[in-house]
Design a protein around this ligand. Structure first.
Ligand SMILES: NC(=O)c1ccc[n+]([C@@H]2O[C@H](COP(=O)([O-])OP(=O)(O)OC[C@H]3O[C@@H](n4cnc5c(N)ncnc54)[C@H](OP(=O)(O)O)[C@@H]3O)[C@@H](O)[C@H]2O)c1
Length: 190
């Protein structure tokens, strides 16, 4: 099993959302996320899941983390509710952790059995959308962990004011075929 965290954060303050929304709109960043996760299984917190158009993302399976065991997903064939994050300590397969902040933080705080082996760190270097109001949501503890416990294994890929890098956890076994897929997906900018 490989767990991969994929995010786009704002440079310096590590903000990933304001209220329920992502405070920038970069089409190439969405496309990169789609290439990396197409055909894969995502993990999303209930708030992030609700923010997907029609509560779905085509061509992907979604594991929805919620404490509500009765939560109804939009697509029973491809989406599944998980109420205990510890499920991912021993589950079979590769999992792309797609946020939001509480989910990234829970995986990073969960010890080696939950901490992702790979991070795809995209960093947006432009301005935040000034029209959004609401709490600013950041993932600073995850970025601190990334700096201390991971090493960068890719080049810096820069596109449309977003710098993307790939990091692997020091000492972790990393499936090379997963890494190859990620790097190929990043490099295939269209
Ligand atoms: N920039 C990016 O890359 C990116 C990516 C994704 C999301 N975002 C942004 O992140 C923000 C949302 O983050 P968020 O932290 O508010 O919400 P979230 O992490 O998406 O979802 C929170 C919900 O997940 C469930 N949950 C949390 N921890 C859990 C656990 N350990 N076990 C089971 N269920 C758990 C709870 O659902 P219940 O209340 O139903 O129990 C909780 O209310 C939004 O602004 C969104 O746009 C940004």
């Amino acid at each position: 099993m490989t767990k991969i965290a994929v995010w786009c954060r704002h440079k310096d303050d590590n903000i990933i959302g304001i209220g329920p929304q992502i405070p920038w709109r970069i089409s190439s960043d969405f496309k990169r996320f789609r290439r990396i996760t197409k055909g894969q299984t995502l993990i999303a917190g209930q708030t992030t899941y609700e923010s997907f158009p029609n509560r779905t993302l085509p061509e992907r399976k979604i594991m929805v983390l919620t404490f509500d065991a009765g939560y109804e997903v939009s697509d029973k064939q491809n989406h599944q509710v998980v109420t205990d994050i510890n499920y991912f300590k021993e589950a079979e397969g590769d999992f792309y952790i797609a946020g939001g902040a509480s989910i990234y933080k829970a995986f990073f705080a969960g010890g080696n059995a939950l901490m992702p082996e790979i991070i795809v760190d995209s960093m947006y270097c432009g301005d935040l959308n000034p029209e959004l109001s609401g709490p600013k949501i950041d993932i600073s503890p995850c970025i601190e962990a990334m700096k201390q416990k991971y090493r960068q294994i890719s080049a810096d890929y820069e596109l449309d004011n977003v710098v993307t890098t790939v990091h692997v956890r020091k000492g972790a076994f990393v499936d090379q075929s997963v890494l190859k897929h990620i790097i190929k997906s990043i490099e295939a900018e269209d």
